[in-house]
Every structure is written in C-alpha cells, then in structure tokens.
Design a protein. Sequence first.
Length: 238
Amino acid sequence: MLKIENLSVHYGIVEALSPFSFSLKQGELVTILGANGAGKSTALRAISKLLKPSSGRVIFSSGGQDITISDMQPHDIVALGISHVPEGRGLFLNLSIFENLDLGAWPVRDSKKNQEDLDLVLKIFPRLKERLKQNAGTLSGGEQQMLALGRALMARPKLLLLDEPSLGLSPQMVELIFQVIADIHKMGTTVLFVEQNAYQALHIAHRGLVFENGKLVLSGTSQELLASPQVQEAYLGG
C-alpha cells in the first residue's frame, strides 16, 4: 500500500531524517518507535507532506494504481485516502465536537455516507455522542484524542497515520486508545503509528521500526523486537 524510497528531511542544513526505505502492506498495523527527537514524527509528516522531503519518493497504491504522493499537497493526500492524526491532535478548539467531525468528512461529500461514518464514530466513542454541541477545547486530553481519531475516520481513510496517540493520557485512557487502534485496524484500515510506549505498541502491532537520531536502525516483527536486547534495554526497562 505504501512504499518509501530513500526518504530524507532537512531543517536548513540539519539532517533531521536520514534516507530510509520501507514498505507497508495493505491490512498491516505497524508502529514506529524511538526516543524524543529520533525522527519518528518527521517521518509521518514527510509522508503526509506536512513537511517537504529533501529527497526520496513516497508511493501510495490506490485502486490498483501506484501514485507518487511525495510531490502532492496535504489535502490531495487526504483525498486519496490517507488521514494523519498529528501529535497534539490539531483540533479546532473553538468549534464543537460535531463541527470538528463534520470538517473531517470533507473528502467524502456524500450526506448518507457522512451520516453512516458519524454513527460509526459515535459508536466507537460513545462519550462524544453525549456532548456533540460541546466545544472541543473543553474536553479532557483523552476525549480530545478520541475526537482527533474520530475526525480522521470521517474521511474514510485507507491508511491511518497516528502520531503519539497515547501521549499525556492517563493509564486507563492509554489502554482504551490502544484498544480502539486495534479495533480500527480490525475494521480493515491499515495503520502506521508513532509511539513511545514501546511495550503497548508492540503488543498490538504486526511489526515495528526503530529510529535513533534520525536514522532507521532496526526493524522486525513485534515478537522479534520484544525479544531484542537493544529494544529491551532502550525502551522496555531492560
């Protein structure tokens, strides 16, 4: 579904992301691990074109056709079927829950499908259903993460990019968010997500990538990474 070829990103003269390549198959659930500043978020932002890559190509397969998306605009990429939930969520805090969800539905432009998608999102997140008219800025961190995920789902993504979905949440809410990610994947959505909580991430993902200092240094199945001394020492407390 997604093929990355020698993708790199610079901030001025600083190389934030060294050239890396990998492929993501349709139906996979893959996590990107690493410490702060490792290049994880930069990789997602380069895929969705929130950052302009310095080099390399991103190829997305849609409807049996390979499309080079590394030269496209972010809104074009959303319309193709890639939704990105950024770190910090990027909600419109002065708008209501419903208005945020409705904005997420713009690529679909079909009132019947929009209603079906809204019903699904509110089924996944019943807490949002109770307060559709409430401003997003008044929600807790966990509720805002629910809303950000729901807004992304309103675009009917084929591929969902998630950046630090558990960041800053309570342990109970972290468990819920990881369960929701697994459920979204089971519904047929391919998921690529950045996460610092390596233990939780590897227990729901098929495989993982590990970044350090802007470089892809390790990849493998979740079982392989959980058993890796390097991963255990750096991310799993030894």
